[in-house]
Write a protein that binds this ligand. Structure first.
Ligand SMILES: [Fe+2]
Ligand SMILES: [Fe+2]
Length: 262
C-alpha cells in the first residue's frame, strides 16, 4: 500500500507559508510516499521561480507541477531547463524548455510517473490534445513506472471528467487543477483510477480564487483593468489523498483540506 497526496495550486506568499509550515508534519503524519504540488501561482500569484520550487521540495514535495501560468516569471524559462523536480505542462509545444514528465522513486523502489496536461476548452494557450498527449506519454513510458498521476489543468469540468474516464484503469490518479475551487466528486472510477475534477488551491480562501475581493469585484462592475493583489486570510491546503494498491491503481481517494490553525 502506498499513499499519495496531491495539492492544488499554491497561491502567493500566504499559500507558500501554510504549505512550507504544514508539509513536513503531514508527510510524517499520513505516512505519505509521494507528495505532488502544483506551484503555478506561487510567485506573487503568477508563475513560479526555481528558488520557490526548491523550497517546496525541501519541505517534502517530490514533484512541482505547473499550468497555464508556467512562463509568468521572467527568466523561469532558463531556470526550468536544469530543475530536476519541476515539470511544465506536457502538451505545450515541443520547443518549450523543461521536462514534460517526472518519474519519482520511493525508497522501496516504487516509481510514480507525474505529468500535467492543459485543457483546451476556454483556455488561452494553443496546445496539443490533452487526451492524445496523456495517451502517448502513458504508452511511451510503459514499463518505466508503477503508478501514474495525470493532472488536467483546465477550466471545463466536462473536459476533466472525460479525461478521467479516458484514463480509467491506466492512471492511479487523474486530478484537475486551475479553477482553485475543490470539487465534491472525489471517487475511484470502476477500473481503479482515483479522480477529482478540481483539487482546489493552497492559499487564501477569503478572496476570489486567491485574489482580494474588492479589486476583482470592481473589475466585474466597471470592466476596467486593475491589479489583483493576492488575498491574505483563511489560508487552506486543498488536495486529494489517494491510497494506492499493488496493481498500479487506487483503492481509495478522499478530498484533503487543512485549515490554518495559526
Ligand atoms: Fe492556478
Ligand atoms: Fe491555471
Amino acid at each position: 500500500m502506498k499513499k499519495l497526496l496531491f495539492l492544488g495550486d499554491v497561491v502567493g506568499a500566504p499559500g507558500r507559508e501554510i504549505l512550507l509550515r504544514e508539509l513536513p508534519r503531514l508527510r510524517a503524519e499520513h505516512a505519505l510516499d509521494w507528495v505532488v504540488v502544483n506551484g503555478e501561482n506561487s510567485a506573487g500569484g503568477s508563475g513560479v521561480t526555481r528558488i520557490l520550487a526548491d523550497e517546496f521540495v525541501k519541505a517534502g514535495a517530490d514533484v512541482v507541477t505547473l499550468g497555464d501560468h508556467v512562463w509568468d516569471q521572467r527568466g523561469f524559462e532558463i531556470e526550468i531547463a536544469t530543475a530536476p523536480k519541476i515539470c511544465r505542462p506536457a502538451n505545450l509545444p515541443a520547443q518549450c524548455p523543461g521536462k514534460t514528465n517526472i518519474i519519482t522513486t520511493a525508497p522501496d523502489g516504487s516509481r510514480l510517473l507525474v505529468f500535467t496536461v492543459l485543457g483546451r476548452q476556454f483556455m488561452r494557450q494553443h496546445v496539443e490534445s490533452p487526451f492524445d498527449t496523456a495517451d502517448r506519454l502513458l504508452r511511451e513510458l510503459a514499463g518505466q513506472y508503477d503508478f501514474a498521476l495525470v493532472e488536467i489543468h483546465a477550466e471545463a469540468t466536462s473536459e476533466k471528467i472525460a479525461l478521467g474516464w479516458y484514463l480509467d484503469g491506466r492512471a492511479a490518479l487523474v486530478v484537475g487543477t486551475h479553477t482553485h475551487v475543490a470539487t465534491a466528486d472525489t471517487r475511484v472510477l470502476p477500473r481503479g483510477t482515483a479522480y477529482q475534477t478540481d483539487a482546489g488551491m493552497c492559499g487564501p480562501h477569503e478572496g476570489v480564487i486567491g485574489r482580494e475581493v474588492q479589486p476583482v469585484l470592481a473589475a466585474f462592475l466597471d470592466g476596467m483593468p486593475r491589479r489583483f493583489p493576492v488575498a491574505k486570510s483563511d489560508c487552506r491546503l486543498n488536495g486529494v489523498l489517494v491510497t494506492l494498491g499493488s496493481d498500479g491503481l487506487a483503492t481509495a481517494a478522499e478530498r484533503f483540506e487543512l485549515f490554518d490553525k495559526s
